[in-house]
Design a protein around this ligand. Sequence first.
Ligand code: BGC
Length: 733
Amino acid sequence: MNKDQLTDLLHQMTLTEKIDQLVMLDNSFFQKDAAITGPQVKLGISEDVIRNIGSAYNVIGADKVRKLQDEHMKNSRLHIPLLFCGDVIYGLKTVMPIPLGYSCSWDPETIEKGMSIVADEASASGIHTVFSPMLDLSRDPRWGRVMEGLGEDPYLASQIAASEIKGLQGNLDSHHVASCIKHFAAYGAAEGGRDYNSVDMSERKLRQEYLKPYQSAVQAGAKMVMPSFNTINGIPSTANKWLLKKVLEEEWGFHGVKVSDYAAIQELVYHGYAEDAYDAAEKAIHCGVNFDMKTSVYANYLQKDVEDGRVKEEEIDEAVMQILNIKNELGLFEDPYRQASVKEETARQYTEESRRTVKKLADESVVLLENHDVLPLNKNQKIALIGPMADSKGTLGMWAFNTDASRNRTLREELTERVGQENVKYAWGCDFVDSMDALGDIGKFFHPEAPRNLIEEKQKALEAADASDVIVFTMGEHAMQSGEASSRTDLSLPSCQMSLLHEFKKMRKPVVVLIYSGRPLLLQEAADNSDALLQVYWPGSEGASAVADVLTGKINPSGKLTMSMPRSMGQIPVYYSQLKTGRPLQGSGHTGKFVSKYLDCPNSPLYCFGYGLSYTDFTISQLSLDNPYMNKTEPLHAVIHIKNIGNCKGDTIVQLYIHDEAGTIARPVKELIDFKSITLEAGEEKDITFGISEEKLRYYDANMDYITEPGKFMLYAGLNSEECIETEFTYQL
Ligand code: BGC
């Protein structure tokens, strides 16, 4: 449709039809008995509204989508198609590693490809918009949703965010989808790491760090935005004018669609920010929130708001027009199914090529934390493969519930294929948790395993270990312990796992520990009691194959952490880009006691941002600049010399950081400004060049102007954020 036709359509709509267009309901509303027993009654929403709503979400499968769309088009007086949205976060059928995992690849290009698979598979099933990517920066591993995010760093997350949008949206043809970025904003900074909790943060920190990834996604053309559940400095995002109107629309030029998070408009009342639903509807629409997800607030109260003069009909018109626009951009008026069909699903889902891409991402996401001459495994060694993930297909993490996990392979199958049946002795050994209570209310349903005799199982594991040369032990947390509403206050490994590890240690055999988790856990004790330690997060559909390839040396690990791993709970939040304080641990005028530190724990994390080992070793040297001075028009060039000094080929990621020595506000000790991935043969060496332009140095100064202040900067290059070589330069006006 052209613009005039769209305007004409809008003009034909009654006020009720317009308001119904702003309603988004999930699959449960379209079941046979929904009207009698189900959600419809609970929400107090009429059948007329349901027949006319603008969008449905989490209706999965081309068949279902087509049926619902047909039915809807018949009922809709003006034949306005439904927009189908879905929680397809990192894979519908072929599943990537969880985002926290794939961010460790530092490979935006392959992530873009991965996201284009997500889009292709989702659109084959009739989904038009995915509620992804989640761009909430987080430095608090207590928060269970860190698994859906890209870690702690604004620069890296912004680079990946842009590639995620490109991959998902492409040219918005029928193989792509609209991306709804979430949760705007700063949802990851919930106080105490408790999900849905409030966020209090200076505007500077918000703009300088937390808003950056969303901004990058908006610049990359993200079509939709989901405001977050939390309050920011007292105001819930869903009705936060400053955030949704000033920053998002006026400053960033976003004119797409805003989708409330699940029941978030209703929750304005629970926040104590709206008096009742009538007030909540007014407040959300004033902020241009187009869709009311899963409540009847717009449906039942907006009309009255208009009649009472609290909301102008033009505001509703604007919100509806934006929805019609996205439907039009997606081509729904021409083809309301966008070619989705069972045939397309068969052709486009679980393809060999998709599996190859997610395998590559899984390979690149594994982070080698420790290796004391154990890995890669020698193919003639007898391996005891033990633990709750050793023979499990549950490699996917919380947000991948529409795939057929029975297609996944287990580590036991993959390893056996590589080293032979006679070399793998499997035992389950122990569970992820000491008690089912650790999984919370819903979690228990997702732990379908029949109860086992724990004493016998432990014994079998010890026997398998005893009869083997090396022990590979899969440890970590249960998949239902991370994700939404899965905050935790104790991130240590449970005693059922640790007691087994201690027994293995006593056997004086090499122990390799694999950590499956949706967040950084406390790994000191696991590191002390093992000979190699690998962080694999939830590695996706091809996860087992990737892990087996890493264990046996076909893949040399290259992943680098994107979230620091704490030594203890009391250290949280621990992240690399902190400020120095007036009494830094090193280099302060004070000695001993009176510096910024803990009495019982070092300041540094156990494993820092950017950290990850390889089966080879690299050295970096000679960080040189082409000029000790720079200004706005003349960028600097930094050259770094890197050499593979080990005896096999390897990939690594060279990271570039800055520190502004003095400014009108204090600046972080280090900030990532660039990175490059490099592959070197054994003994090979190379120079890598980075351009440093003035924009890379900018920050919000004391007046909140986004500028580069003149003065001295330190430049650091390293293979992680702690061990760097350095030089300095001066920025001049
Ligand atoms: C989550 C969103 C999700 C939505 C729809 C909410 O509870 O916060 O991330 O997209 O539900 O399922």
